[in-house]
Design a protein. Structure first.
Length: 237
């Protein structure tokens, strides 16, 4: 009859203790990872001076904003190709909404658009008075106004729309500034809105200046990102 011989490990109880500790550390690290894992909440919440393009705009403002998004890209591409900013006449000649005065323009308030260059002086834009005896034959100097002083040196071009007559109409502003992309400069556009359709052009184009004057930045959320923002990405099916 064969004999059964039990061979005990040389380590004794140490092997069981090491196995238990390894198992405990594995379970503890897994639980800690699950508890401390940052949740992906989707897009960041809106700030007090921002408005969602998805549910924060009136119907007419949504229509204008939908046209301004591709228009801003067209303006930047035109500047990249030519080195100059297209005028409103240039944009109208390409039939680009919301600048082109077609049925869309009429339906959405007939907004009046202007281009404001860095350091633009709307007071002097008309030109100085002609020389006369009263000014000793010299053209009078036109002092820079607030827009000139506020935008000079900011390096931004802007397209400003106001005077719309549709119900719920606002004033609109495309601010195109420079941003770093590695060692290069790129043009970047932000869209702003003012609840007063006749709000004057702001004399400061920096975000803090715009906010102080009642302008709000439009955040271009779409339907999917808005659902993520409200419910959180983990709760979206």
């Amino acid at each position: 009859m064969p004999q059964v011989r039990i061979i005990l490990p040389l380590s004794g109880r140490l092997e069981s203790v090491v196995f238990f500790l390894a198992t405990f550390l594995l379970v503890a690290s897994t639980v800690g990872y699950v508890l401390l894992k940052p949740k992906n909440e989707g897009p960041p919440p809106l700030l007090s001076w921002q408005v969602s393009s998805f549910d924060g705009l009136s119907p007419v403002d949504q229509a204008i904003h939908s046209a301004l998004l591709p228009a801003a890209d067209e303006i930047i591409w035109s500047n990249n190709d030519t080195g100059t900013w297209p005028s409103i006449t240039d944009l109208q000649s390409t039939l680009l909404p919301p600048f082109y005065e077609d049925n869309f323009w009429k339906t959405n308030g007939e907004v009046k658009w202007k281009v404001i260059m860095p350091g633009a002086n709307s007071t002097a834009a008309v030109g100085p008075p002609p020389p006369s005896k009263t000014n000793n034959g010299l053209a009078a100097f036109v002092a820079p106004n607030a827009v000139y002083q506020g935008t000079l040196g900011q390096g931004t071009a802007s397209y400003y729309g106001s005077g719309g007559t549709a119900p719920g109409q606002s004033a609109y502003l495309i601010v195109i500034g420079h941003a770093h992309s590695g060692v290069y400069w790129i043009n970047q556009a932000t869209l702003w809105i003012h609840k007063n359709p006749n709000a004057p052009f702001p004399d400061i184009l920096k975000p803090e200046g715009l906010v102080a004057r009642g302008w709000r930045q439009i955040i271009p959320y779409n339907g999917a990102s808005e659902v993520e923002r409200v419910k959180g990405k983990d709760n979206v099916q």
